[in-house]
Design a protein around this ligand. Structure first.
Ligand code: AMP
Length: 419
């Protein structure tokens, strides 16, 4: 199957090809015909599968053929990072067809409020918004969805994790009942089914095998005491093959502390966390993308939607809280069929959790020997630790589950007007 089989507008195809997309990915092959037929869809697909283009392409094609152009599509995303990335994909694919889009998210000043409102008045086809900021606009009457035809919830599971269930339902009350609704999620917890039943109309359903890391990722684990982690990491980072590295840690405090400590061996390193101002975050991402920064340390806020090619190493300094987080984190490497290495430090408390991740993937991750000078690690006994977990559930893990922001004030404008 090729993109020519979908009967897309030539200008859209031009945009696609200029981005280097040659062939549709499996989620695109399956979702595009369903969405072109105007059906509702619930799709289980992770970041990295090409899910964004899977819903953007049919929607953009539809916009191009609309008789009259109005604000046509609303995409709700959990974080500003994801909202911006979706907007960038609209820009890229829509480069030759003049589709106007705006990303709306909280955390900025009052001037951008005004600019944003003006941009909405001038007219855009697609709004990409985080829930809190969108509700503020809706309540102020600054956005009008009377002509809306497509609603997309992206990374819906993360939005539920972040407590946006009620916000989403509030937003939906402002939308026309007759619309196409599309829900994308990496996982399908029961609450998602509940939401889907309430907002989708006889949806088709697609499930792109989740919970399997890409084949190109070499996975390794070190079974360690906490105090051994830094020493091993410093050894690992000496390897010059690791030119672009992401390190995940459980909390932003840990992230900051680790940045400080690693600066002793590598100056080309930055911490990425929710205390940074948005322009700083954007600058860091730009520099990481362009490989000016070698090592980026962050919480799970980094694990979704970050679209950077050529990451050679992902390190889970703290083992993630659940299997989906693990797969999302290590999925930052080996993108687009390239090889990459993912290393996880597993302390005694995390052994049960890590073993469940292995169960889910259906294989064991190679356990690496600890360098002799760092002493012996603990014994690996996941079964015992699984039982211990049962008695004393560990609440740490991927500490920044919330990841994004729910700031109702301010709002940075990122706007490309309709041509
Ligand atoms: P996503 O799952 O939407 O986050 O997409 C992951 C990455 O794959 C992004 O960098 C996209 O630009 C890229 N991508 C999406 N579709 C294709 C395709 N058909 N061919 C090549 N790259 C793609």
């Amino acid at each position: 199957m090729t993109f020519n089989d979908f009967n897309f507008d030539d200008t859209l195809l031009e945009g696609l090809f200029s981005m280097g997309y040659k062939q549709p990915t499996p989620i695109q092959e399956q979702a595009i015909p369903v969405l072109t037929n105007n059906k509702d869809l619930i799709a289980c697909a992770q970041t990295g599968t090409g899910k964004t283009a899977a819903y953007l392409l049919p929607v953009m094609n539809h916009i191009l053929h609309a008789e009259k152009r109005h604000l046509n599509t609303l995409i709700i995303a959990p974080t500003r990072e994801l909202a911006l990335q979706i907007d960038q994909q609209v820009d890229g694919m829509g480069y030759f067809c003049g589709i106007g889009s705006i990303a709306i998210y909280g955390g900025n000043d009052g001037i951008t409020w005004e600019k944003q409102k003006r941009a909405l008045k001038e007219g855009v086809d697609i709004v990409i918004a985080t829930p809190g900021r969108l509700i503020a606009l809706l309540q102020a009457g600054d956005i009008n969805f009377e002509h809306l035809q497509h609603l997309i919830l992206d990374e819906a599971d993360r939005m539920l994790d972040m407590g946006f269930f009620d916000d989403i339902k509030t937003i939906i009350n402002y939308l026309p009942k007759k619309r196409q609704t599309i829900l994308f999620s990496a996982t399908m917890p029961p609450k998602m089914r509940l939401l889907a039943n309430q907002i989708l109309n006889e949806p088709e359903s697609i499930n792109i095998a989740i919970s399997k890391p890409a084949a190109g990722i070499v996975q390794q684990a070190y079974v360690v005491h906490d105090k051994q982690k830094e020493g091993i990491l410093k050894e690992v980072l000496k390897n010059p093959d690791y030119q672009s590295v992401i390190i995940f840690s459980a909390t932003k405090e840990n992230v900051k502390a680790l940045e400080k400590s690693l600066k002793a061996i590598e100056t080309n390193i930055k911490a990425f966390h929710s205390d940074l101002e948005q322009p700083e975050r954007e600058e860091i991402m730009r520099e990481f993308k362009s490989k000016k920064i070698r090592i980026l340390i962050g919480t799970d806020i980094l694990s979704r939607g970050i679209d950077v090619d050529g990451i050679s190493l992902v390190v889970n300094f703290d083992a993630p809280g659940d299997p989906e987080d693990y797969i999302l984190r290590i999925g930052r490497t080996a993108r687009a069929s390239k090889a990459g290495v993912a290393i996880t430090f597993v302390n005694q408390r995390d052994q049960g959790k890590f073993s469940r991740i292995e169960d889910l993937m259906g294989y064991e991750v190679t356990k690496m020997p600890i360098p002799a000078e760092l002493g012996e690690g603990p014994a690996y006994d996941p079964e015992a630790n699984k039982k211990m977990d049962g008695k004393k559930p560990f609440k740490g893990g991927s500490g920044n589950k919330g990841g994004g922001n729910r700031n109702h004030s301010g709002g940075k404008k990122h706007f490309k007007p309709r041509k």
